[in-house]
Design a protein. Structure first.
Lengths: 313, 531
């Protein structure tokens, strides 16, 4: 197991290095100039040139790249071109909203998705199963921003039950924190609930048709015992895989949701950074995100051993 | 151990109280909602130093935090602001300025003449008006703690106006920063203090009323007069999505929304709690610039063809569908400015003049050279008008094509003076303040200095000779006469072609009143909020 984790960690470093090189080159080769954006619409060429020189953007690409790699290896992810603050400070400032939204979304998606999936499989062709089919089509096909605007219209503007936008840190009170996250969490979760429920249903149906399930039924096992002790455990590996994939996809969904609900998280940070060509922020967020992807995959792989003792690394 | 329902309930109450305690404590230091204004501005505030950038949101920030030596009143005339008394020598070459009483920095130290001198020197390195002043000044120095002088090589009648051109006074130690490095201390002497503790870059910035600010005794008048702050706190919320911002305005979560898209106007007008208000009645002029260094627009006839082709009404219908907020503009110096005039404007014809344009193109010897129009896809107005322009040019036989990129990409490419095959360009569309076009010393796009000038690089020695005199003449009548001569040359030169003038209302809740209307800047004093 330890050797496996070590091997995966080394591969994670390689993945992050590749991402780093790719992102660095992509950003430098794409059109756009942070100096021109800093200087503004009516700036003169001299103003822009002065800022470029100051930012070191006139140096040859290899020089810029080596300087950046040296800094990153030394733990310095650079300073935001616009905010003038260390990138890691800015990222840590934005971490709480994104983590809050992501964790609440996963809790809602997994609990509701798995529950609906089990129910639909247990009563195949029944009302829950048919509703799940309709809900899945809806959840897959309607973009998160459309759902977001609908939720805002009904629950914030019409009824005034919930705030339209914004985020309050958890230190300002659990209630206000939660209230600001209800709509974005629901908007972001619908697609994942549909995804997890469909996979849970399919996986459960496969297990429920196994011989050992019929044996359990013949031996008089209760429905609860059959579903949760026998079926769910055996159907767990694909469900866990899909939860892991969902967590990884969540990072993409968070960007859009944070924009629609004006949540100052990592997603907004990177969108603003891309618009402004704030290279250090984009590079750092993408490298850290790639590391997170690898970590999630590793965690899922290790979790398989808890569900299925036959799996060994 | 057993847990009773009652003990569980008590524990829950206690836990809830503990969790909500920080918000209770904080509530004692946060101004009440009725004294706090939430504003959503266009774009996000990323640069805090008005010397480094020309972006409006930075100038709004600076207008709140810093004070100015002179300010423009509602008629765009310069009035003393930080300056108490000032004097001009008989030979009109030495200005003496004395600071008024009561000026202090947000850190509590007094504002001195040395701060003013250092600020003028830094600003003078990069801003067009400042560069002109520095070229003309033989000495700028302090006389005593409250007095400084500007000694000129020759008279400069425009000096008080030049000192209103985004010259924000900073502490001497901040003004010692190189002009290409942004000052981030945000310590000014203006009516608002920047709240560093609550600054969340990309999310929100907070400005608190400067309780030590001593306003002038005159009534508020444009940017001039007494700057009386009537709220305790102003928060700039950075809501990236306009639809969300409108919803927040409707729900009362914000009080002010800058630059709502035109398709929101009916929704805002139908909401009894909201109002549209034009603060910048002067508005923005949309215009195109042609690359005068490369074919086909290195030929003046080809540029004149575009001037005669453009039907401003068609472009205005794309930029601002509601005619209430748009108008055509013919004066090179903008519409409604003191020096605006009708010289050499015979090119304006309803519906444009494609036949005349074709004739001029033929005279220019146009041979089907590719015309590349830079299209900024992240700026709807400029992007849509670029498409209209491409279609109009194609209709008269021009080999026009669009080069789509975001604004950042456009800005990078427009610096390329080479031919289109080597990454150059032919036309780009942009906008600028209509009011700023009234002053050719401060506005780069009003120059014609060729390759040393602004993007597009039109060149006319005759025009530049007139422009050089602008700062020397003392009276408005003299400037008006000069403007007519300059416009005669400018429309023949045709480096710039107007697409129309647009005013953009802001949206606000009706509980927010007292907003001051000025070109480009949105000052935050004087406004108040009813509960």
């Amino acid at each position: 197991m330890a050797a496996y984790i070590l091997r995966r960690s080394i591969s994670a470093i390689a993945v992050m290095a590749m991402v780093g090189i790719f992102v660095f080159l992509l950003l430098r080769l794409a059109p756009g100039d942070p100096a021109a954006i800093i200087a503004g619409k009516s700036a003169t060429a001299e103003m822009i040139a002065g800022i470029r020189e100051k930012l070191g953007l006139n140096d040859p690409l290899p020089v810029q790249f080596i300087r950046w790699v040296r800094d990153v290896l030394g733990g310095d992810f650079g300073t935001s071109i616009f905010a003038g603050r260390p990138v890691l400070d800015l990222i840590s400032q934005r971490l709480e909203p994104t983590l809050s939204l992501s964790i609440l979304t996963m809790i809602l998606s997994v609990t509701v998705g798995v529950s609906i999936g089990i129910l639909a499989a247990w009563r195949t062709g029944g009302l829950v199963d048919r509703l799940l089919a309709a809900f899945s089509a809806f959840g897959y096909s309607v973009p998160v921003f459309v759902i977001g605007y609908f939720l805002i219209y009904f629950f914030a503007i019409k009824t005034r039950w919930l705030p339209v936008q914004g985020y309050l840190p958890i230190e300002r009170g659990l209630g206000p924190w939660f209230v600001h996250l209800v709509l974005p969490t629901v908007a972001l979760s619908l697609g994942f609930i549909a995804f997890i429920a469909r996979v849970t249903r399919a996986s459960m149906l496969e297990v429920l048709s196994e011989d050992y399930m019929r044996t359990a039924a013949a031996k008089g096992a209760s429905s609860y015992s059959m579903l949760f002790h026998h079926a769910l455990k055996n159907a767990g590996v694909p469900i866990l895989t899909v939860i892991g994939i969902s967590f990884a996809y969540l990072i993409g969904g968070v960007v859009l949701t944070e924009t629609v609900f004006n949540i100052p998280g990592i997603g907004r940070l990177v969108v603003d950074a891309i618009n402004n060509r704030d290279y250090p922020i984009i590079q750092s967020v993408l490298i850290l995100t790639s590391g997170l992807y690898v970590l999630i995959n590793l965690t899922v792989d290790l979790a398989y051993t808890l569900i299925d003792p036959r799996i060994r690394y | 151990m057993t847990i009773s329902r009652r003990s569980l309930f008590k524990t829950g109450i206690a836990a809830g109280a503990v969790l909500s305690m920080p918000s209770v404590l904080r509530a004692q230091t946060v101004p009440p909602d009725a004294r706090t204004v939430h504003m959503v501005k266009v774009g996000g505030l990323t640069i805090f130093d008005p010397v480094v950038t020309t972006t409006n949101i930075t100038l709004d920030h600076a207008t709140a935090v810093y004070d100015t030596l002179f300010s423009l009143d509602s008629k765009l005339m310069p009035q003393p602001q930080m300056v108490g008394k000032w004097d001009l020598s008989d030979d009109k070459k030495t200005y003496t300025f004395e600071l008024r009483d009561g000026l202090s920095w947000h850190d509590g130290t007094p504002v001195t003449a040395a701060d003013c001198v250092a600020s003028i020197r830094r600003w003078g390195q990069v801003k067009p008006g400042g560069q002109l002043l520095m070229a003309r000044a033989s000495d700028i120095s302090k006389k005593d703690e409250n007095t400084f002088t500007i000694v000129l090589k020759k008279p400069l009648g425009l000096l008080p106006t030049i000192l209103t051109q985004n010259l924000y006074v900073m502490r001497e130690k901040d003004a010692a920063t190189p002009a290409t490095d942004a000052v981030t201390a945000n310590v000014g002497s203006g009516p608002f203090k920047f709240n560093h503790a609550l600054a969340k870059p990309g999310a929100s910035f907070t400005y608190d009323r400067n309780e030590n600010y001593v306003p002038r005794s005159e009534p508020s008048n444009g940017l001039a007069g007494g700057k009386i702050v009537k709220v305790d706190r102003v928060i700039w919320d950075n809501i990236g999505d306009q639809q969300t911002a409108l919803a927040a305005l409707q729900a009362g979560e914000i009080d002010y929304l800058e630059g709502p898209p035109a398709d929101f106007y009916p929704v805002i007008e139908s909401d009894p709690n909201l109002a549209l208000q034009v603060l910048d009645a002067s508005g923005q002029v949309y215009f195109l610039r042609m690359n005068c260094l490369q074919k086909p627009f290195d030929n003046v006839r080809a540029r004149q063809a575009v001037l005669h082709l453009i039907n401003q009404a068609a472009y205005l219908s794309v930029i601002s569908p509601d005619p209430k907020y748009s108008s055509t503009v013919t004066s090179f110096f903008g519409d409604g400015n003191p020096v605006s005039n009708g010289e050499n404007t015979g090119w304006l014809k309803k519906g444009g003049d494609p036949e005349k344009a074709k004739q001029l193109l033929k005279e220019a010897g146009y041979a089907g050279e590719k015309v590349v129009i830079l299209q900024p896809t992240d700026w709807a107005e400029a992007s849509n008008t670029s498409q209209v322009l491409a279609a109009e040019l194609q209709k008269i036989g021009v080999n026009a094509e669009l080069a789509a990129s975001d604004w950042g990409g456009l800005v990078a490419r427009r610096a390329n003076k080479g031919p289109v095959d080597e990454g150059g360009w032919s036309i780009f569309i942009t906008s600028e303040s209509n009011a700023s076009r009234g002053d050719p010393t401060a506005t780069e796009s009003l120059g014609a200095r060729g390759e040393t000038g602004w993007f597009g690089w039109p060149n006319s020695e005759e025009y530049e000779a007139f422009r050089a005199k602008w700062a020397d003449v003392a009276t408005l009548e003299e400037r008006k006469a000069l403007a007519r001569k300059m416009q005669q040359v400018a429309w023949d030169l045709a480096g710039t072609v107007f697409l129309g003038r647009v005013v953009s209302p802001i949206a606000r809740r009706k509980t927010l009143t007292g907003l001051i209307g000025m070109p480009e800047l949105i000052p935050m004093w004087n406004m108040q909020k009813a509960s």
